[in-house]
Structure formats: structure tokens, C-alpha cells
Design a protein around this ligand. Sequence first.
Ligand code: FAD
Ligand code: NAI
Length: 325
Amino acid sequence: MTIAIIGAGIAGAACAAALAEQGEQVVVFEKGRRAGGRMSSKRTEHGYLDLGAQYFTARDPAFQAQCQQWLSSGIVTHWYGRLAQATADGLQVSPDETLRYIGMPSMQAPVTRLLGNVDVSLGRQIDNILFDGQLWQLQSNGVSAGRFNKLILAIPQQQAAALLSPALLSNPELSQIFALPALLPCWAVNVQLEQPLWPYDGIFFKQDSQLSWAARQGSKPGRCNAGHWLLHFTAAFSQQHLEADGDTIAQHAMQALQRLTDKTVAGQVSHYHRWRFAQQNPDYPVQGAVHLPELALGLAGDWLNGGRVENAWLSGRQLAQSILA
Ligand code: FAD
Ligand code: NAI
């Protein structure tokens, strides 16, 4: 069986690895120059900067075993950040026992490792898909990318909807899956500060109208030096300012830091990234993965399984198991 997977994030990679392990002929198409998707560290002159996922945790035994394997081969390491939370009562230290992982040397590393024995076509955006009742035909930039027995979409929900034809989207099972937006946006901003800001490495903002997270990149092994703080804006703020330009968001970031610390903050924004499809809509139902054998179609991704890196990996594996059954 020939299988095309669109998307080389951790869901597509986990699915591809499990299928290839069983001898299936898999090709993964990825529009980016690197695999990883939202597990994304940017290489800067100061070291790697995690612009997407900040860390991941493992609750499911299968993913715990996978992390253990990555740990022993140096693909991931632990991040022991000193954590705090900001509430209406102010900022308090908030230690916990959770084991948190980061990719080494960058967040992409686990995804690249999963794809080690898989045929991956990078820099190849699939912009047209057609099912003739037996085979899926894929096109990239007006040129055929091949015909396959099965197609797996391992891309964010809203990007999958844009690829599927109106006829397919009216299929009763699919129409339900696409009825409610699954992923909400997130503006990520990196600020390079001239003085220490907080005596912590990661802060969960519980009630702030603008920020949801701040992390000192220098506290993570192999990342940018101490002055770099990566900020995430809330889904509501990011939605409201989705089409704002980066400089405006940078100003909001500096003002938010001054407001939250109640002091003049010396520093500058070095990077920003608008993630249009970033974090789980809490109202979207958890479904694991979707396999429609009659359409030779599968869907996987964090958005089908509750968000988070672990859930994306589990979704990809679940789809592979369903196809192999
Ligand atoms: P993606 O990583 O989005 O992969 C999809 C891939 O498909 C992408 O590489 C994309 O380029 C490609 N693609 C899309 N369309 C096409 C096309 N037409 N043709 C070819 N390729 C295509 N999770 C955590 O567990 N911990 C965190 O701390 C955390 N923080 C986050 C912070 C931010 C700012 C963001 C954005 C996400 C964060 N997440 C976090 C979520 C985590 O990154 C995701 O759950 C996970 O990486 C999703 O993996 P995925 O494979 O489902 O999708
Ligand atoms: P986790 O178990 O560390 O965190 C889950 C949630 O528990 C946190 O969001 C936070 O609200 C709370 N929490 C955890 N430790 C805490 C502490 N010491 N003090 C106070 N609150 C604490 O990690 P998990 O479940 O793997 O989630 C990943 C993280 O990624 C979450 O923080 C999530 O919000 C974030 N995320 C952000 C996205 C974005 O677009 N900004 C997208 C997807 C995930």
C-alpha cells in the first residue's frame, strides 16, 4: 500500500514512523524547509530560540517510553525550570514535580528522529488533492506529487479544511469534524532584556488579559542566553490582534512587561511569530484520530486529541494502528 502523509509535525512523523516500521510505503510532504511544525526552534546568533512549543510532558505510558528512548539517545533532555504563577494575588513561586522535556539541540529533534527511515519531501506544499474513488492524486504548485492508495492529513484543522473539496466536507462524518474551529491563534514574542526581570525561568499567567506565558530561554540547555524571554499572548488577545503587524505586537509586549513588573523595562524585541493555528479550543471535542476507510483518508494531529505535543504523537500513532489493523 502506498501512503501519502501531508505534514511533518510530530503527529505526521509518529504516524509515518509506525507505518514504515510495518513495511508500508510512506511519503511525507512538508511545506517547510524543516520537519517539526509547531515544535520549532529558530537558530539565532545567540543560540536556539523556542518560538513554538516550550516543552512537553508525558502522561501516557507509551509516550513516556518514547521519551525515555529519546532521553537515552540525547534527542531530548529535561528542563528543570523554576516556575511561578501570576494571579490576582501577584506573582508566587509555584514548584511542582512534573517532568518536562525539550528537544536537543532544538525542538525539531524528536520529529527529525521519528522520520529517520521515512521518505520525506521537504519544501513541498500540497495545494490540491483529488480522490477518484480508488487513488488519491496530489499536486504541488500545479505539478503532480504522485498517486497513493491512502492519504493522511496531519495538518491543523483549518488547513485540512482548505484542502478538502466542498463535496467531501459535506460528508456527514467530516462535516461534524470541521463544524467548530479546533485551533486558536497565538502571538509569540522574544524580548532581549538588559537586566534580569524575574527570579524565575517560567511564569504561568493565570488571569492576565494579554500574556499567558513567559520563559527565560537561557534556563533551557542549549538555548539563547539569559536575557532572552519568550512571551506568549493569550488566545483571546491573539485573535483580537491577529492581523496587527509585528511592530505593534512588539510594543504591546514591552508595555505588558512594564505593567506586570511595574518598572521601566530596558530591552528590545528580537523576534516575533504569528501562529494562526496554535492552541486547542477548549470547546472542541477530543476524538483521538479519524480513519475513514471508504474514502481511503485519515486525519491526525493535536487538534483531534486535546492539543499538546504528547497528544499529537498519540493521535499519529493511533491513526497508524487503525490503518494497520
Ligand atoms: P504541526 O506541528 O502544526 O504540523 C503540521 C505540519 O504540516 C507543519 O509542519 C506544516 O508546515 C505542515 N503543513 C501544513 N499544511 C501543509 C500542506 N498543505 N502541505 C505540506 N505541509 C503542510 N505543546 C506542548 O505540549 N507544550 C507546549 O509548551 C506548547 N507550547 C506551544 C506554543 C505555541 C506558540 C504553539 C504554536 C504550540 C504549542 N504547543 C505546545 C502545541 C504543540 O506545538 C502542538 O500540539 C504540536 O506540535 C502539534 O503537532 P502536529 O503534528 O499536530 O501539527
Ligand atoms: P504542564 O503540565 O506543565 O501544564 C499544564 C497547565 O497546568 C499549564 O498551562 C498551567 O496552567 C498549569 N501548570 C502546570 N504547572 C504549573 C505550575 N508549576 N504552577 C502553576 N500552574 C501550573 O504541561 P502540559 O500539560 O504538557 O501543557 C503544555 C503547556 O503548553 C501548557 O502550559 C499549555 O498552555 C501550553 N500550550 C501553549 C500553546 C500556545 O499556543 N501558547 C499551545 C499548546 C500548549
